[in-house]
Design a protein around this ligand. Structure first.
Ligand SMILES: [Zn+2]
Length: 410
């Protein structure tokens, strides 16, 4: 360890305010639990320390565009103090953590620039001390970073995840009734936007998506597939792949928006379709934000297969786009008559990755703004969720009833 930089494995005294006393009870939960995480050091050397209820095997590596450090863990659940990872230190601007698949957890550190993992290890728990995951980072130059990233990069790719899951979850069923795919945004390590009282977008959209699923199923007129039905991370391309593999006739992605206070206040629902050219700057910015989900989870997008990329950018299916716009208008009408507050500019378009299946009419619904207290009240209310799900279900009905030809689009 270089002189002048004091990096301790132990929790710094300043952390005394953290809810450490609860740790003993947490330790008795099944599986391994991450109890605390902190950054130490400076821009010459930065250390991440994570307290764990027991020792696990880890794998740490770096990925570029942007510069990130990925720490893969087995089945670890996170019980970290609120706001963990929000503030950076030294070489790191922030970090995130969460599940990335069944029995797989991940910590993703955002680096200010190219860094090298000098060492990474997990200390065994000892007496009343928890096990400690330690990762030391030092600065490096861009070309060394690139070499290191290539040398240690695991063979996980988005495409691999896509094919595995598509095979597992999509039995080739004969299709008699239209398939509607409900896509609750974010999940697992990717919480999405954070609400005024700390509500996670991923929870809001999952709860609403499940209500919608139940309503649609009850009609008996649709097969409904969820891209996720739990708090799991699903890469964007996989969401598209699930829709395509199920020969979906309609894809509905659910989200909740956020605007920072300094940019003002906004309320209401907005329905987006895909477009290579965004309808306005705000829409473009939103698409950019929603498209970051894979980066947030630390996926290496440079490893995406060309096949998937080609599918994504094939926007030649004019017919699909027409049906998407039709559903967009139908839904806006149903929401309005159903008493759901719409944003003043409620029908927009931008380059959302999840909407890019060339053969599946797709919309992305931002149900409201988690940055607005009134909207949050709605978004977290069972009655409102029921109401918005009614609007969506009604628009699905009228979409398929009036234009039954849509079922034979493919
Ligand atoms: Zn979102």
């Amino acid at each position: 360890m270089s002189a002048g930089v004091s990096l301790s494995y132990a929790a710094p005294k300043a952390v005394a305010a953290a809810p450490a006393p609860a740790a003993t009870s947490k330790i008795h939960r099944p599986g391994t639990v991450a109890l605390d995480a902190r950054l130490g050091g400076d821009e010459k050397r930065t250390r991440l320390v994570v307290d764990l209820s027991k020792k696990v095997e880890i794998s740490a590596y770096t990925v570029a565009d942007p510069y990130r450090v990925i720490i893969d863990l087995p089945d670890v659940s996170f019980d970290l103090p609120a706001n963990s990872g929000r503030a950076g230190r030294g070489l790191i601007s922030a970090f995130r953590y969460g599940q990335i698949g069944r029995g797989k957890a991940r910590i993703v550190l955002d680096a200010h620039g190219p860094v090298k993992i000098e060492k990474s290890f997990v200390q065994t728990e000892f007496e009343d001390q928890p096990a400690r995951l330690v990762v030391d980072l030092v600065p490096t130059d861009a070309s060394t970073f690139k070499k290191n990233a290539e040398a240690v990069r695991p063979v996980e790719t988005v495409a691999a995840v896509v094919s595995q899951k598509s095979v597992r979850e999509t039995p080739p069923a004969p299709r008699e009734i239209p398939v509607v795919v409900i896509d609750p945004g974010h999940g697992g390590i990717d919480s999405g936007a954070t609400g005024v009282h700390g509500e996670d977008e991923k929870d809001i959209v999952l709860a609403t998506g499940k209500i919608l699923r139940d309503k649609l199923m009850k009609t008996g007129r649709y097969k409904v597939v969820m891209t996720r039905s739990g708090d799991t991370f699903v890469p964007l391309n996989e969401r598209v792949a699930i829709a395509r593999a199920n020969k979906a006739s309609l894809f509905i992605s659910l989200h909740a928006d956020y605007i920072p206070k300094r940019e003002g206040d906004a309320r209401g629902a907005t329905i987006y379709t895909v477009s290579s050219r965004a309808s306005d700057r705000e829409a473009a910015r939103l698409a950019e934000k929603e498209n970051k989900a894979d980066l947030i989870a630390g996926l290496d997008l440079s490893k995406q297969s060309d096949d998937i990329v080609n599918i994504l950018y094939d926007l030649t299916h004019r017919e699909t786009q027409n049906f998407s716009s039709l559903f967009q208008r139908t839904l806006a009408g149903q929401m309005k008559s159903g008493g759901i507050l719409l944003h003043q500019d409620s029908m927009r378009s931008a380059g959302f990755v999840v909407l890019k299946a060339p053969d599946v009419p797709s919309v992305l619904v931002e149900l409201g703004y988690v940055s607005n207290a009134e909207d949050v009240k709605n978004l977290t209310s069972d009655a409102w969720r029921d109401k918005v799900a009614d609007s969506i279900a009604a628009s699905v009905d009228s979409f398929f009833a009036e234009h039954s030809a849509v079922a034979s689009v493919r």
